[in-house]
Design a binder for this molecule. Structure first.
Ligand SMILES: NC(=O)C1=CN([C@@H]2O[C@H](COP(=O)(O)OP(=O)(O)OC[C@H]3O[C@@H](n4cnc5c(N)ncnc54)[C@H](O)[C@@H]3O)[C@@H](O)[C@H]2O)C=CC1
Ligand SMILES: O=C([O-])CC(=O)C(=O)O
Length: 330
């Protein structure tokens, strides 16, 4: 049993992602089956009554890992001594909206929450921003929290990675568990670039490249990329609501790996502050392939960047810079 109880904050706790995510956390899927947690559920004041019902359900599940549960609409109270802050709260995209439309609506939230994290969370607090536009919201939170290292801020692109991995598994007719090192670069948006070139499939006969397992390079270069880029919109169009259970699973994967580490040789994608790797300018939050050890991520270096990949990296970088300019103007 781990000694220290972790203070874990979830904002937007009354929303649809929150309703899946909270149960992943209390089941032990995020921090391991022996890690005790103090859970802080934050939302805006009118939503707090609904959260009381969720707490009744947590109790009724009889999971042993969660002790105290705090419900609040006050960012200062929510982030006090936080070890992990998972920022889901914000307005979601509706049918026909692009993520950029959300920038105005959500920027103020991340300014306020960044300041509250700065003043009240532990200096070691790790922050994951999920609410869209996730990369730029994470940037806003980061610049408002200078007391917390930049490396402790991240945004969710694991859902894009999981989507890409699933598409490869379906197309190659293999189990998703045998598909490795599919990565996604850049902005969690239509310009995200799913990259299969360093991935591989484990087959009974040995390792295969993704291209060898899929046997359709035209599909890999076109439909695969477009399907991943447009998957969020496709789910919204079908469900009339944005992805929730799959987003909660991806958040669980992201924090699980950040806390407990990645298996040897396995890459995962995280939106993190660029340190100039792959010539991506610093000052933006960009999805890179990383490995993680002892709670610290390292950007995977030296992956080959061909002409097509460079064009895709340039496009997603340009979009992030323009989002940043809009955010700064606000
Ligand atoms: N990065 C990613 O891969 C994904 C991001 N998203 C984003 O996640 C966010 C949440 O999605 P859903 O749970 O579906 O939305 P939702 O509308 O069901 O829930 C959002 C919750 O946030 C709360 N909220 C609003 N302002 C808040 C504030 N200032 N502080 C705390 N809580 C606040 C709302 O009251 C609501 O309960 C959206 O921005 C959505 O676009 C969704 C799927 C994937
Ligand atoms: O598309 C959206 O608005 C929700 C989201 O981020 C996703 O599903 O990737």
């Amino acid at each position: 049993m781990s000694n220290d109880i972790l203070n874990v904050v979830v904002t937007g706790a009354a929303g649809q992602i929150g309703y899946s995510l909270i149960f992943n956390i209390v089941r032990g899927e995020m921090f391991g089956s022996d890690q005790k947690i103090r859970l802080v559920l934050m939302d805006i004041a009118p939503m707090l009554d609904g959260i009381k019902g969720v707490i009744m359900e947590i109790e009724d599940c009889c999971y042993p890992l969660v002790g105290e549960i705090v419900v609040t609409a006050d960012p200062k109270e929510a982030f006090a001594n936080a070890d992990y802050a998972i920022l889901v709260g914000g307005m979601p995209r509706k049918d026909g909206m692009e993520r950029a439309d959300l920038l105005k609506a959500n920027a103020t939230i991340f300014q306020v929450q960044g300041k509250a994290l700065n003043d009240h969370a532990k200096k070691t607090c790790k922050v994951l921003v999920v609410a869209n536009p996730a990369n730029t919201n994470a940037l806003i939170a980061m610049v408002n929290a200078p007391n917390i290292p930049k490396e402790n801020f991240s945004c969710l692109t694991r859902l894009d990675q999981n989507r890409a991995r699933a598409q490869i598994a379906l197309r190659a007719k293999v189990s998703v568990k045998d598909v490795h090192n599919i990565i996604v670069w850049g902005n969690h948006s239509l310009t995200i670039f799913p990259d299969h070139r360093c991935g591989y499939v484990s087959l009974p006969s040995g390792k295969s490249t993704i291209s060898g397992a899929v046997k359709d390079d035209t599909w890999l270069q076109n439909e695969f990329v477009a399907t991943v880029q447009k998957r969020g919109a496709a789910v919204i169009s079908a469900r009339k609501l944005s992805s929730a259970a799959s987003a909660a699973k991806a958040i669980t994967d992201h924090i699980h790996d950040w806390h407990l580490g990645t298996p040897e040789g396995e890459y995962v994608s995280m939106g993190v502050h660029s340190d100039g790797s792959y010539n991506i300018p610093s000052g933006i939050i960009f999805s890179f392939p990383v490995t993680i050890k002892n709670g610290v991520y390292t950007i995977v270096q030296g992956l080959p960047i061909d002409k097509n990949t460079q064009e895709k990296l340039d496009a997603t970088t340009a979009e992030l810079i323009s989002e940043k300019e809009v955010a700064l103007a606000l």
